[in-house]
Design a protein around this ligand. Structure first.
Ligand code: SF4
Length: 237
């Protein structure tokens, strides 16, 4: 596929990475538009529930990233892996010398060139139930069927030694499902695992203490959302 191929894009922007191992690093974000899931609490519904944007040529995206001044690029969504063009996009970004992160729920496999693979497997708490955006409930079953794909997750873990696995958690009731999933995945170190409390505002520390305690017990990482603290829940950040 050539760099004249295009990929649907909801937004591109320069910001700091707000989540994960590279929190605080200036990065150029390419947010593709479209997703095979519909998380109840999705914080970018304009790239999932109601995908916005238009096709942008890969060459143009690479030029924007290069001229942003950032040394890091983040390909996010939506779900980048549903687009075959993501393979060409990540290779092209990396060929310029940029450090590339790909953020994915890990339900679809693509070969991608990246320096950090950021996996975010979706727990049961993500399934939309009685959501007004889904009046016929079609996405409840579709999301529930698609949200975990263990063979794909394992393949992506195996292919990317530099990875992180972020779990969005709502309450301690999510932990048994998480533990069960982790018991079925091979090769992850405790430092790869992150707990990120659900929400689009900065949480009250007391309300997330249970997640902090679980990280302390397991050697996992607590995942903050620095961009929300700095900019609020706004686009382009
Ligand atoms: S996988 Fe990500 S982009 Fe897709 S619906 Fe869930 S949170 Fe939103």
């Amino acid at each position: 596929m050539s760099s004249s191929a295009s990929i649907p894009v909801a937004e591109t922007f320069l910001s700091i990475q707000g989540e994960g191992k590279l929190t605080g690093v200036p990065s150029y974000f390419v947010r593709v538009s479209g997703c095979n899931l519909r998380c109840a609490w999705c914080d970018t519904p304009y790239a999932s529930w109601s995908p916005e944007g238009r096709g942008v040529e890969i060459g143009e995206l690479v030029r924007r990233a290069e001229s942003s001044g950032a040394r890091h690029a983040v390909v996010t969504g939506g779900e980048p892996m549903i687009f075959p063009q993501v393979t060409t996009l990540t290779h092209a970004l990396r060929e310029t010398g940029l450090h590339v992160t790909v953020e994915t729920a890990g339900t679809v496999h693509r070969g991608v060139a990246c320096d950090l693979l950021s996996l975010s497997p979706k727990l049961r708490n993500s399934t939309p139930i009685g959501d007004p955006r889904d009046p016929l409930g079609e996405w409840t079953a579709r999301h529930e069927t698609r949200r975990l794909n263990l063979p794909v997750l394992q393949r992506l873990v195996d292919e990317h030694p530099d990875r992180q696995v972020k779990f969005v958690v709502s309450s301690p009731a999510d932990l048994p499902e998480m533990h069960h999933l982790l018991s079925r995945l091979r090769g992850l170190a405790p430092s790869d695992i992150m707990l990120m409390p659900e929400g689009t505002t900065v949480p009250d520390p007391a309300s997330v203490r249970w997640a902090v305690d679980e990280c302390l017990r397991r050697g996992w990482r607590y995942c903050h959302r620095l961009h929300v603290e700095l900019f609020g829940n706004t686009r382009g950040t």
